[in-house]
Design a protein around this ligand. Structure first.
Ligand code: AMP
Ligand code: MG
Length: 497
């Protein structure tokens, strides 16, 4: 490794330009990553590095590994832990913050977009409370696979730049190998970041934060008469669409606390997340979600609840007059149910091949979902095989996915009759670009993690590779499409903190 050597500077992999560290001190704590003992690169995301304008040859080097494990502070980095609060399962914690994550700095990507580069599992910070600031390897592999799969599925999400095995052990349920994850995001600002200042009645910094977010994520809001109202509308719009997108894919976030909801509209925090196997609206996987607060079908309403907490933080900025301020917040929030429902309907009618559906098309979707729930049918498989039913007129494959095929056979014939009114090729193409063949199935992720914990990353790499093209049939990997056997079913997922 080139250390203390003049060439190190010219080999800088990251050209940092750190705007967050220029904000007032109240926004963060400056803190350096704590080194790990024997880092090994498991996966470096070359494609993403290129999008970010990073010279991959420079990152794919011993110095790059030292940076991405927290062992070497790169030139230009001003590492910090961000302050935030959050409602966790409905209860408010005013003091959360990055307890096991450290922002190295920001880079400007090829398209002029600013990105955060953050290490996760890089040691304690002033926000760690009783935690160790570390991450087990399992959650690192999980976040790598799922966040990259989400990106390939077209969902706004934080990204995975690197997964490193630390060579250290962490104590969780038992002793597990440790890891460091490099996360890339449009920003790591959460609803909880606004709550940090609102809870402290620090309205000067709240305004600085709101102005920063407008400038970074909602530049058009600057032109509006009330930029803070435009900011609120913008976040509501992006979150309504994001959550509808999760629903379209059968994704359950699992821990939609307000500190796990970005204002940029990206999916963040792949802790106990999971994908539906059989369709079930009330489904939860997370071991800590005992009331089903974050159940699959509850994600829209919970998003609305979280956005209400966001709107509350903006009240001092929305208007000088408290009554008018509340009225503005209520008006903005009042749009959420309609925006969400429209997004949901559009995304689900697309799944059955209808581009601009009407109410009767939506009720056809509802009937299909009801049949899937009754028939314990696999969510992804049913939609993925609909095009064949349309092409061949043969119900065999789809009906075979249901315990009670009669209902679905009747549904399929009504559906085909409806599609005969439309352009068949367009309907087929729409379904094929909307319904994935491959999703990160929970049992496949578990299998990859278990092998990874014993030092074998073949399954991890293979799963990641297959999920780079989730809408394309891959004949050699058809077993990755399959719903789990009863013995393979994953019933519980864990935060992994
Ligand atoms: P999460 O469940 O990942 O959303 O984290 C909730 C809060 O707990 C955040 O403030 C995290 O930084 C903190 N946290 C989670 N795991 C750890 C850990 N191992 N050490 C320190 N803080 C942690
Ligand atoms: Mg979190």
């Amino acid at each position: 490794m080139a250390t203390g050597n003049a060439t190190t500077d010219t080999l800088m992999p990251f050209l940092f330009d750190n705007s967050y560290s220029r904000l007032p001190d109240a926004f963060f704590s400056l803190i350096k990553p704590t080194p790990v003992s024997a880092p090994v690169m498991i996966r470096l995301n070359h494609e993403l590095a290129t999008e970010l304008g990073i010279d991959i040859a420079r990152l794919d080097s011993p110095e790059g590994l030292a940076i991405l494990s927290g062992n070497h502070r790169p030139e230009g980095s001003e590492p910090l832990a961000m302050a935030y609060s959050g409602h966790q399962f409905g209860g408010f914690s005013s003091h959360l913050g990055d307890g096991r994550a450290i922002l190295l700095g920001e880079v400007i990507g090829k398209e002029g977009i600013r990105y955060d580069i953050q290490l996760k599992g890089s040691g304690p910070t002033p926000f760690s409370r009783r935690g160790d600031g570390r991450s087990a390897l399992g959650p690192v592999l999980r976040e790598f696979i799922v966040s990259e799969a989400m990106a390939a599925l077209g969902v706004p999400t934080t990204r995975a730049l690197a997964a490193v095995a630390s060579g250290d052990k962490v104590v969780r349920d038992g002793i597990e190998p440790g890891g460091v994850f490099t996360r890339v995001a449009n920003s790591h600002i959460r609803i909880g970041t606004f709550q940090w200042f609102a809870a402290r009645e620090d309205y000067d910094n709240l305004k600085i934060l709101a102005d920063y977010v407008v400038d970074r994520h909602y530049p058009d809001a600057q032109k509006e008469e009330n930029p803070y109202r435009a900011l609120l509308d913008g976040v509501i719009g992006r979150q309504a669409n994001l959550i509808a997108h999760w629903m379209q894919l059968g994704f359950i976030h699992g821990v939609m606390n307000t500190d796990n909801m970005t204002v940029s509209g990206e999916t963040i925090d792949y802790g106990p997340c999971a994908f539906l196997d059989n369709y079930e609206a009330a489904k939860t996987f997370s071991s800590i979600d005992q009331q089903g607060r974050y159940a699959f079908g509850n994600q829209g309403p919970i998003g609305h609840w979280n956005l209400t907490r966001f709107a509350e933080t903006l009240l001092p900025l929305l208007d000088n007059n408290p009554k008018r301020s509340i009225a503005a917040a209520e008006a903005a929030l009042g749009h959420f149910p309609g925006l969400y429902q429209n997004a949901l309907q559009k995304r689900f009618t697309a799944k059955i091949g209808i581009e601009s559906g009407d109410t009767s098309d939506w009720s056809m979707v509802e009937k299909l979902l009801a049949a899937m729930a009754d028939g314990e049918a696999d969510f992804t498989q049913v939609f993925r095989h609909l095009p064949e039913s349309l092409e061949s007129g043969n119900d065999h494959v789809v009906a075979g996915l249901f315990n009670q095929p009669e209902t679905i056979v009747a549904w399929l014939s009504t559906w085909r009759a409806r599609l005969h009114q439309l352009d068949r090729n367009q309907a087929l193409a729409l379904m094929r670009r909307t319904n994935p063949v491959f999703i990160p199935r929970n049992h496949r992720i578990e299998e990859a993690i278990q092998a990874g914990n014993s030092g074998d990353f073949t399954l991890f790499r293979q799963l990641h590779q297959i999920l780079q093209n989730p809408f394309t049939e891959q004949a050699e990997f058809t077993e990755y499409e399959a719903t789990p056997t009863p013995a393979e079913v994953v019933r519980k997922t864990f935060c992994g903190t």
